[in-house]
Design a protein. Structure first.
Length: 296
């Protein structure tokens, strides 16, 4: 290639390099502008990002409120149906899940006593209150107002129904009633509280029959079990002396279970409460409820 051709080629290459550098510079400027814009956008979105958790909480709360409203409507419909049945001459006891609903908290504390209950625990308690001294009965009513850290729903409902009978008897005697606790009182469900309650129940059971024992809703299942077992053994033709001895053994067995945090569950009236093992052997309780898996 001639010298002139070489100079032209070099000039063309230099021009191309200069043009390329110019384009690279433009691209670099654009990138810097884009990055600056992104920084600006990020700065503007930062407050919005902080708001998002709050918005999510609001939406979650709206969902909870909607579910609660739906449940309340359902409970109201159930109550309306039960009230209509009662007004039509077909009264029935409120189901435990309805009776324990927050909408009926005040009713639970102030409900009237049942005059002709079918529940064995209530029938037994109506008989017991008649022979109980007034001062002891007032102490039992105080205890029946106190929430238990280990009671399930059915026992809590029973406790209020027992308290209504106790309160009715004290009113009939003209006695001064202890102050009721506010329905909003929080229950202490700590491990220490549960252990203390378990110890109290075990001590109350081991002390033998008393007004305090008969009025304790959480021990009603064990009392029912003892009564049904005794009746069953006598019906089978066993000698009263043997039955008495077996009842002592069963009482001790239940006391041992209570000390380990296990309480005899209340059973429907149709369920047999007879011991599952042969007479003279160890008793095996039907169903027991552990008050807390960590308390053994």
């Amino acid at each position: 290639m001639s010298e002139q051709g070489t100079q032209l080629a070099l000039a063309a290459i230099l021009d191309a390099i200069t043009l390329l550098r110019g384009e690279v510079s433009v691209i670099s400027d654009r990138q810097e502008a884009i990055l600056a814009r992104l920084d600006h956008i990020d700065a503007g979105l930062a407050p919005v990002t902080d708001v998002l958790p709050g918005l999510e909480m609001v939406l979650a709360r709206q969902g909870e409120d909607r579910a609660f409203q739906t449940e309340m409507f359902q409970r109201t419909a159930e109550l309306a149906a039960l009230a209509h049945a009662a007004a039509s001459g077909r009264p029935c006891v409120l189901p435990d899940d309805v009776a324990d609903h927050p909408v009926l908290e005040r009713f639970a504390y102030l409900q009237p006593a049942e005059r002709a209950p079918s529940d064995p625990a209530l029938v037994r308690w109506r008989q017991e209150v008649k022979r109980a001294p007034t001062d002891e009965l007032a102490e039992v009513l105080k205890a029946q107002y106190v929430p238990s850290p280990t009671e399930p729903v059915d026992v809590r409902v029973l406790r209020f129904r027992l308290a209504a009978i106790t309160r009715d008897e004290l009113k009939a005697r003209g006695a001064t009633l202890p102050a009721t606790r506010a329905p909003s009182t929080l229950r202490d469900t700590s491990a220490l509280s549960k252990q203390a309650r378990i110890a109290d129940m075990a001590a109350l059971w081991r002390a033998g029959d008393s007004i305090a024992l008969q009025g304790d809703a959480e021990l009603a299942g064990a009392i029912d079990y003892m009564a049904h077992t005794r009746a069953r053994l006598l019906t089978e033709g066993n000698a009263p002396e043997l039955v008495d001895d077996l009842m002592v053994q069963l009482h001790e067995k239940i006391g041992e279970e209570l000390s380990r945090g296990q309480v005899v569950m209340r059973q429907p009236a149709t369920v047999s409460h007879a011991p599952k093992r042969a007479i003279g052997g160890d008793f095996e309780l039907d169903e027991v409820r552990e008050t807390d898996p960590d308390i053994r």
